[in-house]
Design a protein around this ligand. Structure first.
Ligand code: ATP
Length: 249
């Protein structure tokens, strides 16, 4: 996916709010990339434009040389609160994107079986979202986003709704799921730990029109160990960058 010279301006009551100005990013295949930045810097706005939920004011976003204009199964999206359909079981939720694509029955069954296995949801197929733990909901949302065979997976603060205690164990699960699929993934967060634990590359955005303060590779072995000096050094650097980002330089 390529983000080319994107700007986004919201206007209300004659006032213009320039949220993003001339943002350029290219995402490499198979990478886990995090957009990190303070609240209000335009991360979610950028991600939803990548998904095709809204359009940029200027510039373009390309996926496989096609300009993104609307949502499609090529772009899997996981919302902060999972947005599972509460009236559907785990199985029905995962089948939903496949039904929309009108896949053949046996192809649907085959994919469903594989996704249930990836997400370790065997035996939970017929439960409703309210009967699941936070982690199970998150895994269901993740594989539902994969059910349409997307080229890219977009995660909007996927652990935002999970309490601190569970977050770390779910980060581990999310990393495993990603490693099994190796799908290009873009995650939005303002949590340094989450970014460091999961990402191959972190893009730090400023409050000032989404300016990219730093785009860097995280070259640490996986799974990452929070006790290593290398990890602590990265963390310190990111925290400093976030402070700069908050000042809106
Ligand atoms: N639909 C909209 N109409 C008007 N302004 C909007 C709209 N969506 C977002 N904004 C504004 O755009 C800016 C960026 O919002 P956005 O949600 O993208 O930030 P964010 O970096 O994801 O923040 P957070 O981490 O708090 O979710 C904010 O100033 C917000 O008020």
């Amino acid at each position: 996916m390529e983000i080319r010279n994107i700007s986004k301006i919201f206007s209300s009551k004659g006032e213009e709010n320039i949220v993003l100005q001339n943002v350029n990013i290219s995402f490499n295949k198979g990478e886990f990339i995090t957009l990190l930045g303070p609240s209000g810097c335009g991360k979610t706005t950028l991600l939803t434009m990548m998904a095709g939920f809204q359009k940029p004011t200027s510039g373009e976003i390309r996926l496989d040389d096609e300009i993104v204009t609307k949502p499609s199964p090529k772009k899997g999206f996981v919302f902060q609160n999972y947005a599972l359909f509460p009236w559907m079981t785990v199985k029905e939720n995962i089948l939903y994107p496949m039904k929309q694509q009108k896949l053949a029955r046996d192809e649907m069954e085959k994919r469903l079986k594989k996704l249930i296995k990836i997400a370790h949801l065997q035996g939970k197929e017929d439960l409703y979202p309210k009967e699941l733990s936070g982690g199970m909901k998150q895994r269901t949302a993740f594989v539902r986003a994969l059910a349409g065979n997307p080229k890219i997976l977009l995660l909007d603060e996927p652990l935002g709704a999970i309490d601190f205690q569970m977050r770390k164990s779910i980060q581990v699960q999310l990393e495993k799921l990603w490693q099994e699929t190796k799908i290009t993934t873009v995650m939005v967060t303002h949590d340094v730990e989450e970014a460091l634990y999961l990402s191959d590359r972190i893009i730090v955005m400023s409050k000032n029109r989404g300016k990219i303060i730093k785009d860097f590779k995280v070259e640490m072995e996986r799974p990452r160990n929070r006790e290593f000096d290398e990890y602590k050094d990265y963390k310190r650097e990111l925290e400093n960058l976030l402070e700069i980002a908050l000042k809106g330089v």
